[in-house]
Ligand binder design. Structure first.
Ligand code: BV8
Ligand code: ZN
Length: 248
């Protein structure tokens, strides 16, 4: 692995990264934007066409399962047709660089697109689940992916409704995932918050937790997130362009 080098990152960050025993990362939809996956809250984002209340919650699903399943089937198709971008790859390389020298690394993503793992990241927790998997709301049986591809709405074994394995508003995050992400944030020497508007909790609380626990917290985002003022350093840039500089 190459040593991380400077611009647009500060010498402070590069120096701290060289020394860091524990590095943790939070990513949001912005890191997948350069792969062609629409974000949620950017002007051309997913929520512009629909509001979260309309789609990403249980009531909306039960009220109109065809609409919600159709939206996820569309998003699955988008994700299948795209590739990880240099931002995803850089984070996978950063993981290798940190772990190869015996350090700890954890990437917590809010994204449900599976692109971090496709880019080679291994130490990943999916805080909001994954659209690549679905299950029956009655018997919890995993739904056959091809069946959902065909837009099947019901469970083959019990006839119950099938939903994507994502965390909707008002639903608890996977216990183990959020606990691991919070522990990594509390212990991190360096914390990167990449491509998130930091408006959705509890995920948005992670960079703040890291900062309060003494980590050096850096945001990578073309525009200030909700928590930019609380961080040590902000890199006004696109993840796919800025992150490779960190590990070059
Ligand atoms: C929970 C489903 C316990 C999967 C999603 C009042 C106040 C505070 C909190 C609450 C409240 N009322 C309710 C809550 C809790 C609620 C919440 O936080 N609401 C917010 C909106 C106010 N949270 C929950 O309900 C969570 N559960 O708390 O359970 C509970 C239970 C009951 C009641 C209370 C609490 C569940 C949260 C998960 C919701 N599921 N999606 C899916 O369909 O995908 S949320 C959705 O937003 C996605 O998961 C997404 O990951 C997440 C965050 O969005 P971002 O990833 O940040 O994306 P966004 O578009 O916003 O930003 C993109 C950023 O990238 C931008 O800043 C942009 O500038 C930047 N960018 C663009 N291009 C690039 C880039 N950056 C870098 N490079 C680029 N090239
Ligand atoms: Zn079932």
């Amino acid at each position: 692995m190459h040593q991380p080098v400077g611009p647009p990152f500060s010498e402070t960050l590069v120096r701290r990264l060289r020394r860091a025993e524990r590095v943790a990362v939070l990513t949001g939809a912005g890191i997948s934007a350069e792969s062609g996956v629409p974000t949620f809250r950017d002007p051309d984002g997913l929520w512009q066409k629909f509001r979260p209340e309309e789609l990403a919650n249980v009531e909306a699903f039960l009220d109109n399962p065809e609409l919600v399943q159709g939206w996820y089937a569309h998003r699955r198709q988008v994700v299948e047709d795209v590739e990880p971008n240099p931002g995803h790859v850089a984070l996978a390389e950063l993981e290798q660089w940190v772990t190869a020298r015996g350090g700890e690394f954890l990437l917590a993503t809010q994204n449900v697109d599976g692109l971090h793992r496709r880019a080679g990241s291994e130490r990943v927790v999916e805080l909001h689940g994954s659209i690549t998997r679905s299950h029956c709301i009655e018997c919890s049986a995993p739904a056959d992916a091809s069946a959902t591809e065909r837009g099947a709405l019901t469970c083959e074994s019990c006839g119950g409704l099938v939903r994507p394995d994502v965390v909707w508003f008002g639903e608890m995050l996977p216990e183990a995932a959020i606990a691991a992400a919070q522990e990594a944030a509390a212990l991190a020497d360096v914390y990167l918050s990449v491509g998130t508007s930091a408006v959705v909790y509890p995920a948005a609380g992670l960079p703040q937790l890291a900062r309060q626990a003494g980590a050096y917290v850096v945001e990578v985002n073309p525009i200030p997130s909700d928590i930019a003022g609380l961080l040590n350093e902000v890199v006004r840039g696109r993840a796919g362009e800025a992150l490779p500089d960190l590990v070059r």
